[in-house]
Ligand binder design. Structure first.
Ligand code: PEP
Length: 253
C-alpha cells in the first residue's frame, strides 16, 4: 500500500503573524510545482488567519496547534472548531506532548478535540509517545496502545481512514537533539500499525499515515523516512528555517 508522506512544521510558540506570513511567502515560492509529499505548517493561533490567506490555493496545508471541542460560548481563551476552519485550517495537531505535559491534556480531552475536528470537516494529526521513564520501564507499547485507543474511542472507521494522521513522538526526543534509533522507530511504528489494524481492519489500518517526530533534522531525515511505516515527519525546531525545512521535505520525496 502506497501512502503519500506528509511533512508538517510545528512552529510551537514562535514567529509573530508578520514573521509567519513572510516565512510562508518564501516557502510557497520554493515549493512551487512541488509534488511527491504533502507539506503543512502549524503557526500560532494569531497567525492562522493571515497565513491561511497567503496559503490559499497553494500546495501547503494550514495546521493549527490545538483545537477546543465546544462550538462557542463562555470559554475565555479557547478557539473553537469553526474559527479554525474559517482560517483555512486543514489539519489540527492534537495531543502534542507539550500540551499533555504543561497544559493538562489527557487521552479524554484528545478524544474530544479529535471528534470536534472531524465534525467540522477538518483532518487531524494525533500525537502520541512515551516518556524516557516509560521506555526504560519497558512500557512503550502499552503507553502507545493506551494513548491511541483513548484518542480514537468512538471515532468512525470512515473518519480514521479519510482524515486521521498519527504522529509518533517519543517525548525524550522532542527538542532534545536525541533521535530515536531506526530500530526504536521501526518497532514503535509497527506497534502503532498493529493497533490501527486491530481497530480498523488490516486492509484499512494500512491506509492511515504515521509520522515520526523528535529532533528530525536534514542530517537524519532520509534515514528516518526510509524506515518501514514512517510516513513523514512532524518537525519542530528544524521547521523554523526555510533551508532546513526544505531539506527535510526533499528527504521525504
Ligand atoms: C515537535 O514539536 O513536534 C517536535 C518533534 O520538535 P523537534 O523537532 O524540535 O524535536
Amino acid at each position: 500500500m502506497k501512502r503519500v508522506k506528509i511533512v508538517v512544521g510545528n512552529w510551537k510558540c514562535h514567529k509573530t503573524p508578520s514573521e509567519s506570513v513572510e516565512f510562508v511567502k518564501e516557502l510557497k515560492s520554493r515549493l512551487q510545482g512541488h509534488t511527491g509529499c504533502e507539506v503543512g505548517v502549524g503557526p500560532t493561533f494569531t497567525a492562522l488567519y493571515p497565513v491561511g490567506k497567503e496559503l490559499s490555493g497553494s500546495n501547503i496545508a494550514l495546521c493549527s496547534q490545538n483545537i477546543f471541542w465546544e462550538k462557542q460560548g463562555a470559554f475565555t481563551g479557547e478557539v473553537a472548531p469553526a474559527m479554525l476552519k474559517d482560517c483555512g485550517v486543514k489539519y489540527t495537531i492534537i495531543g502534542h506532548s507539550e500540551r499533555r505535559q504543561y497544559f493538562g491534556e489527557t487521552d479524554e480531552t484528545v478524544n474530544k478535540r479529535l471528534k470536534a475536528s472531524f465534525a467540522e470537516g477538518m483532518s487531524a494529526i494525533v500525537c502520541i509517545g512515551e516518556t524516557l521513564a516509560q521506555r526504560e520501564a519497558g512500557k512503550t507499547n502499552e503507553v502507545l496502545s493506551t494513548q491511541l485507543k483513548g484518542a480514537l474511542a468512538d471515532i468512525s472507521g470512515a473518519d480514521m481512514v479519510s482524515r486521521l494522521v498519527i504522529a509518533y513522538e517519543p517525548v525524550w526526543a522532542i527538542g532534545t537533539g536525541k533521535v530515536a534509533t531506526t530500530d526504536q522507530v521501526r518497532e514503535a511504528h509497527a506497534h502503532i500499525r498493529a493497533v490501527l489494524n486491530e481497530l480498523l481492519t488490516p486492509e484499512l489500518g494500512e491506509t492511515v499515515r504515521i509520522q515520526y517526530g523528535g529532533s528530525v533534522k536534514p542530517e537524519n531525515a532520509t534515514e528516518i523516512f526510509a524506515v518501514e511505516n514512517v510516513d513523514g515527519g512532524l518537525i519542530g525546531g528544524a521547521a523554523l528555517k526555510a533551508d532546513s525545512f526544505m531539506a527535510i521535505i526533499n528527504a521525504a520525496k
